[in-house]
Design a protein around this ligand. Structure first.
Ligand SMILES: *Cc1c(COP(=O)(O)O)cnc(C)c1O
Length: 384
């Protein structure tokens, strides 16, 4: 191993004001899963995303879990989930005792294929199972908005609500609307590697006030309005801490700068690979739709060895590792995960192929010029 400092795929990037907000929480003794920073952070999220209501929660996974509860997902129900994603999109379906049914991706955005979705709903309908389908979870992977109009058209023809997993796409827009605010509910994540972070955290957003009020209620152990502790239903301990919400408020001030930096990273890779492709290679960056705007959370490539003189993504990943540069294969689809081996799946091999040939490259908003010199030199030498 080299003694070079590690270049991370995506690392936390503080702007400077976070510490002040955290200090304020200490000075006012609001060290609890409620307080002015929680309210302030929610207001920031509502304003930024143009969505009426936001509940700040302990993680994106917790937000999805609570959303499924609000949509009355229970044992023997079905939830349709994009297969090409992180397990946080799918695990909450299992927490509710329900069954995930996975859908393949399409090649234009790498997200849920509306045609495969339609096939799934048609088939479930024929099997008499459509009444069990309680939600559809499309994901905006690596920041790229999914084909929401097409997905919404299919969903509404069966009257099934859409829960957007916008964990990776805070700040991305589709036809002018922020991801998370397009479906019936949306989820953001503020985990350490996301575009902004509260170290760990998440949010559930919706234009439906009742739902978000209910999310806050469920996230604080479903406490009824009584002087003693009284419960008429099962809740969760999923509220975001006021200390961490302080970090979130600081991060919201620099979200746009982070998006700009990440989009510059993407451009830089575009330039790098267009130089490399002139030498007979065919490396492709994540595509997308014309009328959508990606925050470019992670710059990701696909490189088919058949089009790249036999060079493959594991070769590149290991080569970068030598220089202590972190890169990671694209998400392994959920329908290929041992834990979901018995789950239903609709589609072809688009997601499987993306996993086989795809790689996420260092994409932090805090990459230095020195980091970039190392990344570019190493990638260029791999292809020379
Ligand atoms: C990060 C992530 C989640 C989960 O968010 P956490 O805050 O880590 O629980 C869910 N879905 C996707 C697509 C993610 O990338």
């Amino acid at each position: 191993m080299s003694d070079k400092t590690k270049i991370w795929l995506s690392s936390p990037h503080m702007g400077g004001k976070e510490q002040e907000f955290v200090n304020e929480a200490f000075e006012t003794n609001w060290i609890a899963p409620l307080g002015p920073h929680v309210n302030g952070f929610e207001a920031d999220l509502e304003k930024y995303n143009g969505v009426a209501h936001a509940a700040a929660l302990s993680s994106g996974t917790a937000a999805l879990h609570i959303a499924l509860d609000i949509l009355n997902v229970g044992p023997s129900d079905i939830v349709i989930v994009q297969s090409f994603t992180f397990c946080g999109s799918a695990n909450p379906v299992i927490y509710r005792g329900a069954e995930p049914v996975f859908i393949d991706s399409e090649e234009e955005t790498w997200n849920m294929c509306p045609i495969a979705l339609n096939n799934a709903l048609e088939d479930l309908s024929q099997k008499g199972l459509i009444a069990k389908v309680k939600a559809i979870i499309p994901v905006h992977l690596y920041g790229m908005p999914a084909k929401m109009d097409e997905i919404k058209a299919v969903a509404s023809s069966y009257n099934i609500p859409i829960l957007e997993d916008a964990a990776e796409s805070l700040g991305s827009t589709y036809k002018g609307t922020f991801t998370g605010a397009i479906g019936d509910m949306g989820v953001y994540s503020f985990n350490g590697n996301k575009i902004i972070t509260t170290s760990g955290g998440g949010a559930l957003v919706s234009s439906n006030k009742e739902w978000i009020d209910k999310a806050r209620f469920l996230a604080t152990q479903a406490r009824d309005d009584a002087p003693h502790y009284q419960h008429t239903q099962i809740g969760y301990n999923y509220r975001l801490s006021n200390v961490l919400a302080g970090i979130g408020r600081g991060q919201m001030l620099i979200l746009d700068q982070h998006i700009e930096a990440r989009r510059k990273n993407f451009e830089r890779y575009q330039n790098l690979f267009s130089r490399i492709n002139q030498k007979g290679y065919a490396v492709k960056l994540q595509p997308g739709l014309e009328n959508s705007f990606s925050n470019r959370w992670l710059s990701s490539i696909i490189m088919d060895p058949a089009e790249n003189k036999g060079k493959d993504r594991e070769g590149l990943r290991n080569f970068l590792q030598e220089e202590n540069i972190e890169a990671r294969p694209l998400w392994k689809p959920m329908h290929m995960q041992p834990v979901f081996q018995n789950a239903k799946y609709y589609g072809g091999d688009v997601a499987a192929k993306l996993f086989e040939i795809g790689l996420c490259l260092p994409s932090g908003s805090n990459l230095s010029e020195d980091d970039w010199a190392r990344i570019e030199t190493k990638i260029e030498s791999f292809f020379s």
